[in-house]
Structures are given as structure tokens and as C-alpha cells.
Design a protein around this ligand. Structure first.
Ligand SMILES: Cc1cc2nc3c(=O)[nH]c(=O)nc-3n(C[C@H](O)[C@H](O)[C@H](O)COP(=O)(O)OP(=O)(O)OC[C@H]3O[C@@H](n4cnc5c(N)ncnc54)[C@H](O)[C@@H]3O)c2cc1C
Length: 435
């Protein structure tokens, strides 16, 4: 059986290993840390796994769901969308489960006439063809050609950018509309137009199943790849395991890392590729999950989104049945200046509690425990004219047969987009063999 290496044990690497195994290949999966999962990483609290990162699964996540089915099936639970937003000090509610007409009117009011005119064709493009809701698609590449000299903040009228676009970008890209570009917005719209569930056993349950299922995948946790070079039709991996530095050669290598981490592997051997990957922007995000004695949220208002003056971008119930577990997310420019890598978890959670206290049951409540993680690279905000960067990247890598790159910057940051990118990359490596 032919052997391949995958670098990175996040969902992109897991997906790449899964597809390679489907083609009958053996896989060595290199992961720096002691556990696979990366940004879907979970932590066990009183016997229950709670997810810090990607956990909401869209109903349209076809590839991800096929993967879960292949693992033997796992239970999903409805996540819902009973949310609200603070605008100029006032609370505005959006309830996706009921009041559909009311919500449409609310969205149109927030967008304004000019915003609606701009938004409508983009929404139509993704609604008609879900395939446009990823990075590097014909409709949005054409949009990039015309408009990526401007950010989303200039593309949309101000009110629309502040009240409708920002809650989306700050949540999905960790970025302000000033830091995101029209050509990539289809990948956001696909997520906005979906509805969500989550795995009852959390992402950890899925990863445990994967470990059992992936019999042709050797999990090399604690293996940090330092550099890659290409010689004589093979990719040489330089890696550190414990205190030892080693090297291994492979004919097929899939780099499944965030662009910023992939860049580091090529800085000596392929500096142009490294510089290109550095164009992809990542922003930090801090997540705290706290359990309280009593419910914090009422059932009809399970989340709240805050404006750009707040370091807390949103706070929400962990699940539809966990109204007393709050997930606090800090992202965006204000968060970046207030919450840093050095911030103390206690200070960050207290800040979150202070911000939501006027709206929810926190004051008379008591916190039982909490977990906290500062994530960098956190959320991917891509780059202007992103598809052109991807084209250049493919051209640069083309001469190196068997070496390919996948990750959250190829088709989008959602779990589904990571699966799609991995499937396409694996197909390419297999086609190279057949050619
Ligand atoms: C807070 C947050 C919430 C999110 N929510 C959702 C959501 O609800 N739904 C959704 O669809 N998406 C969500 N996302 C997006 C999604 O989770 C991520 O885009 C996805 O998990 C990225 O996976 P990845 O494998 O590409 O990267 P990563 O998860 O970063 O994986 C990379 C892995 O490579 C390892 N690594 C790094 N360098 C090396 C090296 N040199 N050698 C070996 N190993 C290395 C890392 O340790 C890591 O495990 C969220 C993301 C965040 C941060």
C-alpha cells in the first residue's frame, strides 16, 4: 500500500487523512500537540467535553455529514438561532425559529435601501447555487475583480456594514468589515443562510470515533514538523519528536495547516510560497465557557451580539438545553486591544460577565466553573483578491509533484469548507498519480 503524510491534525488534516484512506492509502498524520482536533479542540469539564472552536454544523454541510455517517453515525441536536443584538444601546431581537416575516423586515431595516440593493444579488447567487458559497467561485471571483480594491466597509453603506455585516465578519472571520473583502463574502453568506445543529457528544466524540475508524492512519501526535524541502520527486519532512530531530521522505505530502503556519515550513526551501501564504490574514479569538448555578438565558433569547465598542463580540447559551452554560467570544478590533495572549482567564471572564449583566441573569447567579482559551491563529479573514493568491500558490507548487496544500484558506473556514478543500486536494494528488 502506498503511503502519504498529512501535516496538521485539525479538521483539515483529519479530512485529508479520511479521503486518502478512502483511496486505499496509508497515512502518517503529523500533529504538534498531544491531541488531534486543532481549533475544534475540546476540554473535559466534570465528565463532559465542551468545544472551544468549530462546533455548529450546518444542515447543508454535506461532506461533513457524510463523514459522520461513515464513522457509524452520531447524534445531532438542534442549535437554533434565538439571538439579539445591541445597537446604539438598544436590544434588537432576531428569532429565526418563528416570526419569519418579522425577521425579514428586521434584516431589511438593518440593511437599509442601499444595503439591500447590494446584498440581494449576492444572496441570490448563493441561494440558487450553494457551491458559490465557498472561496474561489466564478460569481465571487468576478465580484473580487471589480470590488476587492475596497473592503466590505466601503462596499456596503455604513449602517448596513455596522449592523448587519459586522456581526457576521466578527464572528466568522474575527475581523471588522474594514478587514474583509467582497470577493470572499460568499463563504460568509453560505453560513448565514444555513441553520445549525451540533453533535450531542461534542467534537471530541467525533474525533474518538475517527481514531477507531481510521485504521490506515497512524496518528503521530507530539510530532512537530519544522521544515519541508523537495528533492528527487520526494518531499522531505524535518520534524521534532520529544528532544529528537528527525527526517522522513514521502512521495505524497498534504500540508493541512493554517496558511500562517504552513508558511513557516517553506521559509527556507520555497520563500516565494512562504511570502504568498503570509498574505492570508488571521485574527485571534478568545473563548470562555462558564457554567452557572441557574439559567442565564431565557429560552426565547439565547444569545447576544455586541457592537464594535465592546471587546465581547457575542455571548450565547452553549446549546438549546444548556441555558446556564455561557460561551463568551472575544473577537474584533476592540477585543484585540483589551484581551491579549497574556490576559488572565479570570479577568477575561469577569469582563464578559460585566458586559452581559444588564441583559441576562448573572448578578444573582453563581459561576460554578469555567474554561478559557486564547486561540491564535484564530479565525481566517483571507486576503483581497484571494482567488488570485490561490492561483499563484497552485502555480508555485505545481512543479513539486505529490506536494499539495489544503486548509481553511482554500475554500473557506467552515468545517464543511475544510472538508471540501481536503477532498479536492486529495483528488488532485490521486490524479497526479494516474497522469
Ligand atoms: C472560536 C471558533 C469558532 C468556530 N466555530 C465554527 C462553527 O461553529 N462551525 C464551523 O463550521 N466552523 C467554525 N469555526 C471554524 C473551524 O473550526 C476552523 O476553520 C477549522 O477547525 C480549522 O481547521 P484546520 O484543520 O484547518 O486548522 P487547525 O484546527 O488550526 O489545525 C491545524 C493543526 O495543525 C497542528 N500544527 C500546527 N503546526 C504544525 C506543525 N508545524 N507540525 C505539525 N502539526 C502542526 C496544530 O496543532 C493543529 O492541530 C470556528 C473557529 C473558531 C476558532
Amino acid at each position: 500500500m502506498s503511503k502519504a503524510a498529512v501535516i496538521g491534525g485539525g479538521i483539515s488534516g483529519v479530512a485529508a487523512a479520511y479521503y486518502l484512506q478512502q483511496y486505499g492509502l496509508e497515512v502518517d498524520l503529523y500533529e504538534s500537540s498531544s491531541r488531534i482536533g486543532g481549533r475544534i479542540g475540546s476540554e473535559c469539564v466534570e465528565g463532559r467535553w465542551l468545544d472551544f472552536g468549530g462546533k455548529n454544523i450546518g444542515r447543508k454541510y454535506r461532506r461533513f455529514r457524510e463523514f459522520v455517517t461513515e464513522l457509524g453515525g452520531l447524534d445531532f441536536e438542534y442549535f437554533g438561532f434565538n439571538t439579539s443584538q445591541v445597537i446604539n444601546g438598544k436590544v434588537v431581537r432576531l428569532n429565526k425559529e418563528k416570526e419569519r416575516l418579522f425577521n425579514i423586515l428586521r434584516v431589511l431595516t438593518l440593511a437599509g435601501f442601499g444595503g439591500t440593493l447590494k446584498l440581494l444579488p449576492l444572496v441570490q447567487a448563493v441561494s440558487k447555487d450553494y457551491g458559490q458559497g465557498f472561496l474561489n467561485t466564478p460569481y465571487f471571483n468576478a465580484l473580487a475583480d471589480h470590488f476587492d480594491d475596497k473592503s466590505l466597509a466601503s462596499f456596503f453603506p455604513k449602517g448596513c456594514a455596522d449592523h448587519l455585516i459586522r456581526p457576521v465578519t466578527v464572528r466568522m472571520n474575527g475581523a471588522e468589515p474594514e478587514e474583509c473583502y467582497p470577493g470572499n463574502f460568499g463563504s460568509n453568506l453560505a453560513l448565514v443562510l444555513d441553520s445549525y445543529e451540533q453533535l450531542k457528544q461534542g467534537m471530541q466524540g467525533m474525533l474518538e470515533r475517527f481514531k477507531v475508524h481510521a485504521q490506515s492512519v497512524k496518528l503521530l501526535t507530539g510530532h512537530h514538523v519544522k521544515a519541508l524541502e523537495y528533492s528527487n520527486g520526494e518531499t522531505v519532512l524535518h520534524y521534532v519528536h520529544g528532544s529528537e530531530s528527525r527526517r522522513e521522505r514521502y512521495r505524497k505530502v498534504l500540508v493541512a495547516l493554517p496558511a500562517v503556519q504552513a508558511s513557516a515550513l517553506f521559509s527556507d526551501s520555497l520563500p516565494m510560497l512562504s511570502a504568498l501564504l503570509d498574505q492570508v490574514q488571521y485574527y485571534p479569538v478568545a473563548v470562555a465557557i462558564a457554567r452557572y448555578r441557574d439559567d442565564v438565558f431565557p429560552d426565547m433569547q439565547r444569545a447576544m451580539v455586541f457592537d464594535r465598542f465592546s471587546p465581547l463580540s457575542n455571548a450565547g447559551a452553549y446549546s438549546i438545553r444548556d441555558l446556564g452554560i455561557v460561551r463568551y467570544t472575544f473577537s474584533g478590533t476592540t477585543a484585540r486591544s483589551v484581551v491579549t495572549k497574556e490576559s488572565l482567564p479570570d479577568d477575561v471572564i469577569s469582563l464578559g460577565e460585566k458586559i452581559i449583566e444588564p441583559y441576562f441573569n448573572i448578578k444573582q447567579n453563581s459561576r460554578q466553573n469555567f474554561i478559557y482559551k486564547y486561540i491564535f491563529p484564530g479565525l481566517c479573514a483571507y486576503s483581497p483578491y484571494h482567488y488570485r493568491m490561490l492561483q499563484k500558490l497552485d502555480e508555485l507548487v505545481k512543479p513539486f509533484k505529490g506536494l499539495l496544500l489544503t486548509g481553511d484558506y482554500r475554500r473557506g473556514a467552515s468545517l464543511e469548507a475544510c472538508f471540501r478543500a481536503a477532498a479536492e486536494t486529495v483528488d488532485l494528488v490521486i490524479q497526479q498519480d494516474a497522469a
